[in-house]
Design a protein around this ligand. Sequence first.
Ligand code: S3P
Length: 423
Amino acid sequence: MTDVAPLARVRGAVRVPGDKSYSHRAVLLSALARGRSTLSGLSPGADVAATLDAVARLGARVERDGDRVAVHGPGGGLRPSAEPLECANSGTTMRLLCGVVAAVAGSHRLVGDASLSRRPMDRVATPLRLMGARVHGEGPTLHAPLVVEGGPLSGIAYHVPVPSAQVKSAVLLAGLSAAGPTTVVESVRTRTTTEDALRAAGLDLAVAPEGAGRRVTLSPGRPSARSWFVPGDPSQAAFFAVLGAIHEDASLEVVSLDAAPERVGFVGVLARMGARVALHDHGGFHSLSALSSALVATEVHSHEIPSVDEVPILTVAACAAEGVSAFRAMGELRVKESDRFAGSLELAGRLGARAWAEGDDFFVEGLGAARRFAPFRLDAGLDHRMVMAAAIAGAAGRGCAIQGADTVATSYPHFFRDLALLA
Ligand code: S3P
């Protein structure tokens, strides 16, 4: 159990870790390139470390020097690993690697921890099979351990049936080595970290709007080795944005962030709730400020925050708000590192709010400004974002005890230190 004490007041600035999504892409494209790439500001979490270990097993040379990393892509391309590719807790590692190894001739075994081994991999297996790879897994939704038999691939045109940046990315990464162009159509705009990284590595990508989504077409090619700089992770900033908004005596800043529109939907949601939370553009990079606020309930649709990573912490905001907040079309929460649909409802209940589900929607009746969160205990499962959401609620309220808090190391090893520095 990890105890989180209430913070009497919140002041100061936080530098969140490098963006996890962009870090994975920078590592994978560097491994696929010929020669030496340097990466700075990489996410220091275990998830990105799993991707670095995996590319090393596939034949890339990885040199680590603090937060600077060099990756040398082998001239002759990647080759299968005799040992399994250990993806640990990281769905992004497993799904994106499937796309990479689908084109590497030979057999690849991908394994993960108990949380990852429950998550569906059929969503990447389906398009990769259409491209020519063979993918084997457990059960009807293909859980890890997975075996991918890689070989020559053909480009496809694929409509992604669930909004998922990981699926889009796995297909595009496989498309790098396919015969002919690969097109991915998404009906909801998900994060563009893969497209941005592919362009940065010199690849030819055409992107066009299609309905409310996009059509992305990639011509095959080899990424160029380069220097990567990874900006701060907006999904980590969301925790501090909510801390600032719900704490009764707070003024904080988060410095140096990526603020791509698909990543900062949570800012719009909080603004609608009356939060004094704002993004500031410093010409190329962004910061975020957050001040104590009186919140009102709102309605949130999953399309506003594709990937739904910020929903557990927005649930905490809803618990502090006046009125009933609605979270619509949130079914994807059930297949994250834990069942975050159930976990968000459980957390709301522990804080003293009333929360209930109707199909894929859920509702939270907030406590309003007059009442403070109850002290509480929570088992966070193997889910870093549930740990951080609970810790923020405890710090803003009357404290909490969290089982499994070590799991923050997957994305934000210094989270508790950074939280304490705001006291
Ligand atoms: C990620 C995509 C996500 C998200 C995860 C990172 C990525 O899920 O939950 O934290 O880096 O592509 P989806 O594939 O559901 O968008």
